[in-house]
Design a protein around this ligand. Sequence first.
Ligand SMILES: NC(=O)c1ccc[n+]([C@@H]2O[C@H](COP(=O)([O-])OP(=O)(O)OC[C@H]3O[C@@H](n4cnc5c(N)ncnc54)[C@H](OP(=O)(O)O)[C@@H]3O)[C@@H](O)[C@H]2O)c1
Length: 312
Amino acid sequence: MTDNPVAPRTSPSSPTSLTPLALLGTGAMGTALARAWLAAGHPVTVWNRTPARAELLAAEGATVAASAAEAVAASRLVVVCLLDDASVGAALDDADLTGRDLVNLTTGTPAQGRARATWAEARGARFLDAGIMAVPPMIGDAKSGAYVFYSGSPGLFEEHGDTLAVPAATRYVGADPGFAALYDVALLSAMSGMFAGVLHAFALLRREDIDPRDFAPLLVSWLGAMAPAAHQAADQLRSGDYGKDVVSNLAMQVAGNATLLATAEEQGVSAELLTPYMALMERWLAEGHGDEDTTGAVELLDVRGGGAPGVR
Ligand SMILES: NC(=O)c1ccc[n+]([C@@H]2O[C@H](COP(=O)([O-])OP(=O)(O)OC[C@H]3O[C@@H](n4cnc5c(N)ncnc54)[C@H](OP(=O)(O)O)[C@@H]3O)[C@@H](O)[C@H]2O)c1
């Protein structure tokens, strides 16, 4: 056991109860989810706006509903995996959600998750919002590392957690229905910065006689070696002491940035993916934080001001 509140929960190898469920949306992700539940033996009713995409699943044992309202009427547990929040509202507009357990696997913002929870509860449903940390080929493969963040009704998660863990491991991150989207988007945002760096690195080498396939393993191991620095940043954020256990101080890093920029120029590569982060580091240095870590620059990103209530 672990006391980490976001530790993953995986499906038992042989589910003890095969809860029926309705799945709205059989796009790339919805189809992968439906296949995982069908393969595990769950009765699944599917609906899709374009019926042909749902009908493909009939051959695999799914019941195809003629409308979203009909699918919702078929099962107490209703899973929605549509393009965006607006499509969830459109699909469920005339469905009777009274007594339903609605699980929204559609990617959205924290505010959309909270508003959708209020909307669902006003219609008599319990609600969980979710953020899928996987691509469709990882769904249903217990070794893929796929998992899904859930937040919202604790009772719903307690009752259906084993069913939800069939396609991918689950991480329940709290009763606030906005938290699943917040965790999801925070991880995706970190990934965005990482891939910006990867693209810049490949651009530096592109015109040289260097095979990118030889360089890729070096990139992967270097990023893997650097990533644990996030633990130290978390400790500093928690304590509010950005000078704690500094290994690479900000003044040194800003000086090093000049070499990164000069190399980009030598190689004929635009530094546009690097300069926003470097400008932030320079602003924090100018405010007198050269002996500290870069972590404190988080304060410059806080456009609302007033500091972080969580810092202890
Ligand atoms: N694919 C991924 O790698 C991935 C990874 C993580 C999370 N997700 C999330 O999973 C969700 C579904 O993604 P996907 O990959 O399955 O996308 P997709 O293949 O493009 O499927 C989109 C689904 O939404 C439906 N839809 C779109 N607009 C609609 C509307 N106005 N009313 C009713 N249904 C509507 C589509 O129906 P039609 O067939 O009729 O167009 C289809 O079922 C998204 O929120 C996405 O961010 C996807």
